[in-house]
Unconditional design. Structure first.
Length: 204
């Protein structure tokens, strides 16, 4: 069974992301035969299934990452008159509010998300795990990243990023109304913004 660290690294590596930080991991995974081209299709399917089925427990409620996204997609399609479901697939959702298109992805981790900065606003549902410090540092260092991509760990009920997207606001309202939970900014990310002078405590 893949560890969280290996699953997160494999997601990035299979997307062919040039990430020097993953060089040591790539070498080890290649030695283990996990990156053999003939295994890619099966490995991608395994990674999607692993991310989709990640179990999240809130008090007496147990859900999966993928199940939460599916439920939100259903709400968008059936209950939200001003939100259009453009595409809904395995562990992925694209919606449109007015002229604003936003994407949601269920992932295992949040490594090397810089590859998504040229696309529409993206919310990644994934596990921070041992990568939390690396993820926070990447978002603090890259203004385009933090203004285009947000990462949400449903188990920790924390998010990283500063993306303006009405669909993401609807998603947070959905979590509150359907499950009684609230997302909060990750404290390390908020403190990093304050320390760098990007965010002021007086901003509310």
């Amino acid at each position: 069974m893949l560890s969280h660290a290996d699953a997160a690294a494999l997601e990035a590596l299979l997307d062919d992301v040039p990430a020097p930080v993953l060089a040591d991991v790539r070498a080890r995974l290649e030695r283990d035969g996990l990156l053999a081209p003939e295994r890619w299709e099966a490995l991608r399917a395994e990674l999607v299934a692993r991310a989709y089925g990640r179990s999240v427990r809130w008090a007496a409620v147990t859900v999966t990452q993928g199940g939460v996204l599916d439920a939100f997609a259903t709400q968008c399609a059936d209950e939200l008159d001003d939100v259009e479901v453009v595409d809904a697939g395995a562990a992925a959702l694209t919606v449109r509010w007015r002229e604003e298109t936003s994407r949601f992805l269920v992932r295992n981790g949040a490594l090397a998300l810089e590859r998504f900065v040229d696309g529409p606003p993206l919310l990644v549902l994934g596990e921070f795990g041992e990568d939390a410090d690396t993820v926070v540092a990447a978002f603090l260092d890259d203004v385009r990243l933090r203004e285009t991509v947000a990462v949400c760990d449903l188990a920790r009920l924390e998010r990283i990023g500063a993306v303006r997207s009405s669909a993401f606001v609807y998603f947070e309202w959905f979590l509150r109304d359907a499950y009684g939970v609230k997302l909060l900014p990750a404290s390390a990310f908020t403190m990093g913004l304050i320390q760098r002078g990007i965010l002021s405590l007086g901003m509310g």
